[in-house]
Design a protein around this ligand. Structure first.
Ligand code: FAD
Length: 552
C-alpha cells in the first residue's frame, strides 16, 4: 500500500517547520520527512568535543560530503562547509539566535542601487510590507526578545518585540556610552531566546552556550521547541526523523507524485502527496531538485532554464576581536568587566548604508558585539602560536590563565551583503558521492569585489567602537569572509522563469505542486543574518497554501 498524505515537507528547520505548522493548523494531513534524528533535552551536552568537533550536528565529509572550489576550473575538495544541520528542527536547534528583520531596501536592491556589473542582483518579487505581518507572527509564535525601540534604524513595525531583552553584562553600558560618544546607536540585540516562560518552555537560564549547542530548557526558540510541537498538537502532522529524500518523482502532466526516500532503516519508500514542499537548506534543496531527473526535466526538477543552484549567497562575514585588560581599570570597573554574565547583547545598524566609495555600492551591514565563545579548546587553539613558534606545556597554560583572568576578549561579528554573481552556485559533483551513493552538492564560490569593500568599511567602524570601549590589541580576523551557515538564493523567487526557479508564492515554475520554502527561495542575502526572514517567508508560503490548497 502506498502511503498518501496531503502535503509532504522535506526538512524541518526554519524553512520547513512554518509550512508544516500553517498547513496542519488548517487541517491538512502533513508528513515532515527529516534526514536527521530527533534530539531530546538529555542529548544536549555542554561538551565541546561532541557538539563542535564531531558529527553531532553536521556530517563528517567522509560520510556525507559537500565539495568546495573557488574557481570553475578547479577540482573541488571534500568539506563539511555548507552543512547547517541534520536534525529535527534543522539549524534552529543549535543556532545562536541573533534575529533580525531584513530592511525595506533589502527587497529592492537592484532598483535602489541600479544594476551592478558582475552581479546578478535583483529585486524581490515581494516587498517588506508583505512580509511584515509574518515577521510579527514569527516573533510572537517562536518567542523573540529584545528592545528595538532603541534602534533608530529598525524597519517599520507594529510595536516592540514580544519579550524583553535578555539580561546583559555590565559591558553593555560601556558600549552604549562609547557608541553615543561616537554618534552611534547600539541597541539590545533581538534574540530567539525566551526571557519569560511560554507554552511549557522555560525562560533562559544564562548558561553561556547558545551557538553550536542545543538548549536543554527550550528557552531557545528553535522550531523543535516551538512550531513543530504546535504542528503535532493539531493531530494532523507527523514528523518522521531519519528519512533522506532523494527524488521527487513526476506523475501526470508535470505534477509531482510525492517523495521517494530512504527511511531510518535504509529502506526505500515512497509517499504520495498533493503538494511537495522542499526545505532542506539552500544547498541541499538545490541538490534535491537536481537529483530529481525525469524525461520532462532531464537536468533536474525546475532546472529547465538552468537556474537551480545559481545565485548562491552566503552572508559576508566581518570579524574582529580586542582584549579589554582589567589592569588599568578602577576596582569597580574591574568587577564589572569580570562579571560572568554571558550576553553582551548589543547590535549596531548605523552602517546599513554607506557612502559609495571605491568598490562599495552603497550597501553596508549590521554588526553585533559578543564575548568570545567560551569553548575552551577554541580559546586554547587561538593561543598556541607565537608568530611561527608553537606554544605548549607550561607556557600555554600560563597564556590561557592570563587570557581568562586578566581581562575579557570582546568580539564583533558583522554581516553584510554577499552579492550574487554568475559564477557562484551549487551543482552535482561529478566525482564525490554521499554514503548512499548520491552525487554530493558541489559549491563554487565566486565573489563580487564590493562584498569585501563593504566588509572592510564595517571592520573600520567596528574597530573604532571596540577601541572606544577600551579594547586593546584589536585584530581584524575576517574581512569579506564566508558565513557558511547563512545561505540563500539557489532557487531564486521571481516572476520570470528565465531568471528564477520559484514564483512569488514559492511554487517551482512549470511544476504546479512543488514549492521551495527555505533559504533557497530568498533572492538576496540581506545585511543581517537571514533566519527570521526564512521563517517569515515560509509562514507566508504555508498560509497561502492553506488558503488555496493543492491547486492554487
Ligand atoms: C552554529 C550556528 C549558529 C547560527 N546562528 C544564527 C543566528 O544567530 N542568526 C541567524 O539568523 N541564523 C543563525 N544560524 C543559521 C540558521 O540555522 C539557518 O539560517 C537556518 O536554520 C536555515 O534554515 P533552512 O530551513 O534553510 O535550513 P535548515 O534549518 O538547515 O533545515 C534543513 C533541514 O533539512 C534536512 N534535510 C536536508 N536534506 C534532506 C533530505 N534530502 N531529506 C530530508 N531532510 C533533509 C536537514 O537535516 C535539516 O534539518 C546559525 C546556524 C548555525 C549552525
Amino acid at each position: 500500500v502506498t502511503e498518501r498524505v496531503d502535503v509532504v515537507v522535506v526538512g524541518s528547520g526554519a524553512g520547513g517547520a512554518p509550512v508544516a505548522y500553517a498547513l496542519a493548523r488548517a487541517g491538512a494531513k502533513v508528513l515532515v520527512l527529516e534526514k536527521g534524528p530527533r534530539h531530546q533535552a538529555r542529548d544536549f551536552l555542554h561538551d565541546e568535543i561532541s557538539s563542535c568537533r564531531r558529527d553531532f550536528w553536521v556530517p563528517f565529509p567522509e560520510a556525507d560530503p559537500h565539495t568546495l572550489r573557488r574557481s570553475p576550473d578547479a577540482r573541488a575538495h571534500e568539506t563539511n562547509a555548507g552543512w547547517i544541520s541534520q536534525c529535527v528542527g534543522g539549524g534552529t536547534v543549535h543556532m545562536s539566535g541573533f534575529f533580525f528583520r531584513f530592511h525595506p531596501d533589502d527587497f529592492r536592491l537592484r532598483s535602489k542601487y541600479g544594476p551592478l556589473t558582475g552581479s546578478t542582483v535583483t529585486d524581490w518579487p515581494i516587498d517588506y510590507a508583505t512580509l511584515a505581518p509574518f515577521y510579527d507572527r514569527i516573533e510572537r509564535e517562536l518567542g523573540v526578545s529584545g528592545d528595538v525601540s532603541k534602534n533608530p534604524f529598525e524597519p517599520p513595525r507594529d510595536g516592540n518585540l514580544p519579550y524583553p531583552p535578555v539580561a546583559t553584562h555590565p559591558v553593555a553600558r560601556w558600549i552604549d556610552q562609547a557608541g553615543a560618544d561616537l554618534g552611534l546607536h547600539p541597541y539590545p540585540v533581538p534574540r530567539a531566546i525566551l526571557t519569560a516562560p511560554k507554552d511549557g518552555r522555560q525562560a533562559c537560564v544564562y548558561c553561556p552556550l547558545c551557538g553550536s549547542y542545543g538548549c536543554e530548557v527550550d528557552a531557545k526558540s528553535s522550531t523543535l521547541a516551538s512550531l513543530l510541537p504546535a504542528a503535532e498538537a493539531t493531530g494532523s502532522c507527523e514528523i518522521r526523523p531519519g528519512c533522506m529524500v532523494f527524488d521527487i518523482p513526476l506523475a501526470r502532466a508535470g505534477h509531482a507524485r510525492g517523495a521517494r526516500y530512504l527511511d531510518a532503516e535504509g529502506r526505500e519508500r515512497e509517499v504520495q502527496a498533493d503538494v511537495v514542499v522542499v526545505a532542506a537548506s539552500a544547498i541541499e534543496s538545490a541538490r534535491l531538485l537536481l537529483l530529481s531527473r525525469s524525461g520532462r526535466f532531464p537536468g533536474g526538477l525546475g532546472h529547465q532554464n538552468g537556474q537551480v543552484g545559481k545565485n548562491l549567497c552566503f552572508s559576508t562575514l566581518t570579524k574582529l576581536e580586542g582584549f579589554i585588560p582589567k589592569a588599568r581599570l578602577s576596582p569597580a570597573r574591574q568587577a564589572e568587566l569580570m562579571a560572568t554574565a554571558p550576553f553582551v547583547g548589543r547590535a549596531v545598524q548605523d552602517f546599513l548604508h554607506l557612502e559609495p566609495e571605491g568598490e562599495t555600492f552603497g550597501k553596508g551591514g549590521t554588526f553585533h558585539l559578543l564575548w568570545a565563545h567560551p569553548n575552551p579548546i577554541y580559546a586554547a587553539e587561538k593561543l598556541i602560536m607565537d608568530g611561527d613558534r608553537l606554544v605548549w606545556g607550561g607556557e600555554l597554560m600560563e597564556r590561557m590563565h592570563r587570557r581568562f583572568t586578566e581581562g575579557r576578549m570582546l568580539e564583533v561579528e558583522g554581516f553584510s551583503e554577499w552579492l550574487p554573481t554568475p559564477g557562484c552556485g551549487v551543482d552535482l559533483d561529478p566525482h564525490a558521492r554521499d554514503r548512499w551513493g548520491f552525487p554530493a552538492a558541489r559549491i563554487t564560490v565566486a565573489r563580487h569585489p564590493s562584498d569585501r569593500a563593504a566588509s572592510a568599511r564595517l571592520a573600520r567602524e567596528a574597530r573604532r567602537l571596540l577601541a572606544a570601549v577600551g579594547a586593546e590589541a584589536i585584530e581584524t580576523l575576517e574581512v569579506g569572509g564566508e558565513t557558511w551557515v547563512l545561505q540563500t538564493g539557489t532557487c531564486r523567487m521571481g516572476e520570470d522563469p528565465k531568471t528564477s526557479v520559484v514564483d512569488p508564492r514559492g511554487r517551482v515554475h512549470g511544476v504546479p505542486n512543488v514549492y521551495v520554502s527555505d533559504g533557497a527561495a530568498l533572492p538576496t542575502s540581506g545585511a543581517v543574518p537571514c533566519t527570521e526572514t526564512i521563517l517569515a517567508n515560509a509562514l507566508r508560503i504555508g498560509e497561502h497554501l492553506a488558503r488555496t490548497g493543492a491547486n492554487p
